[in-house]
Design a protein. Structure first.
Length: 338
């Protein structure tokens, strides 16, 4: 994923690399390219506008520093803004202080709910005893799909009794199974839809009320494109999401949802699916993704360099001011920040 975005960013930075000093036109041109690259990657236009504006504010009027090239400076600003919109630090899944911890997986059809339910169960199985529950009674094969995946991974499974048609009842009754088998975590796999409809939302709301979840996790396929933001906003409005799982990061999607879902809903992306196997699940780390997008090796080293070069330039400026007896309010503020 992110290949085309990465290529675009490489070109933008290559264009800046040879320049000794950036003119406002250089910055504007680079920003136009950044905007185009993000829109092409299917990032929601509102998010693009916000990011470009933030980069512009930070890039304009920066002192040119001796030890950092303008390209490196823009690079670090773009990197930091990408991290900011995707979420600074990874956010772990919540564990209920009073067992059982309950996770409810929701999302559109085929997004990866069933697979991710088992992936999560497998991941936590070292320190918890999870139970996966088949609450998707619409598709006859859905219950078997979860049962088979769970069995392969030695995870406890609960499903509907023969003739059972009410997914909320299945979810409620799973609590008894969990109690009897000392499972301290319940993961509810719910039915998907091709599109969001009221019936689905109402069913999920009823389930939420009957079996209050510790986390409601929206599973989003990273191929979803622009629509991902609408999907996330609707689910969030109806259910109050606590986290997003982005799946199929191993595919060739352009990456829009990764960059836009968190920014537009405020809901953190907690996990990333990166393959079909049950162990292909990673903690979503915005810094690593941003690094991949801008195709930069040692970004942390560069960030440190920019930071120290910035303070060095400030110190030089203050020393100059002092020498000339022009110590201003701004200089004092700078000194206080150091
Ligand atoms: N490559 C890849 N494939 C994935 C990933 N996550 C899920 N899949 C595949 O996507 C397809 C759909 O996954 P499911 O888990 O069945 O999706 P779902 O949301 O439960 O689908 P419905 O129950 O029909 O709504 C399956 O073929 C999975 O193997 C991932 O991270 N990477
Ligand atoms: Mg499913």
């Amino acid at each position: 994923m992110f290949d085309s975005l990465k290529e675009r960013f490489e070109n933008i930075f290559a264009g800046l690399r040879g320049k000794g000093k950036l003119t406002p036109e250089d910055i504007n041109e680079a920003l136009r390219e950044v905007r185009r690259a993000l829109l092409e990657a299917d990032v929601n236009y509102k998010v693009v506008k916000d990011v470009v504006e933030a980069i512009k504010v930070r890039a304009t009027g920066r002192t040119v520093l001796d030890s950092v090239t303008p390209a490196q400076l823009i690079f670090t600003i773009v990197y930091e803004e990408l991290v900011r919109i995707m979420g600074e630090a990874p956010v772990p899944l919540a564990i209920s202080p009073k067992p059982p911890t309950i996770y409810m997986m929701v999302g559109l059809q085929g997004s990866g709910k069933t697979t991710t339910a088992v992936k999560i169960a497998k991941r936590v199985a070292k320190s918890h005893k999870p139970l996966v529950v088949a609450c998707d009674l619409r598709r006859p094969a859905a219950v078997d799909q979860l049962r088979v995946l769970a069995e392969k991974s030695n995870i406890h499974f609960w499903g509907p009794e023969p003739g059972e048609t009410d997914p909320v009842r299945v979810a409620s009754r799973s609590r008894k199974y969990a109690e009897d088998h000392l499972c301290d975590m319940i993961i509810l796999d719910t039915a998907g839809r091709l599109q969001m409809d009221d019936e689905l939302m109402t069913e999920l709301e009823t389930m939420k009320a009957a079996v209050p979840p510790t986390e409601i996790l929206l599973v989003v396929d990273s191929m979803t494109g622009q629509e991902a933001v609408n999907v996330a906003e609707t689910f969030h409005r109806r259910l109050g999401l606590t986290g997003v799982v982005l799946t199929k990061l191993d595919g060739d999607a352009r990456g829009g949802p990764a960059l836009a879902v968190r920014a537009s809903t405020g809901v953190p992306i907690k996990l990333a699916g990166c393959g079909e196997k049950t162990e292909d699940l990673e903690v979503f780390d915005a810094k690593r993704i941003a690094q991949r997008i801008i195709g930069m090796g040692d970004i942390e080293g560069l960030l440190e360099k920019v930071q120290s070069a910035t303070s060095e330039a400030d110190i030089n400026r203050m020393t100059e001011s002092l020498k000339k007896n022009r110590f201003t309010m701004e200089d004092m503020l700078l000194q206080l920040q150091l």
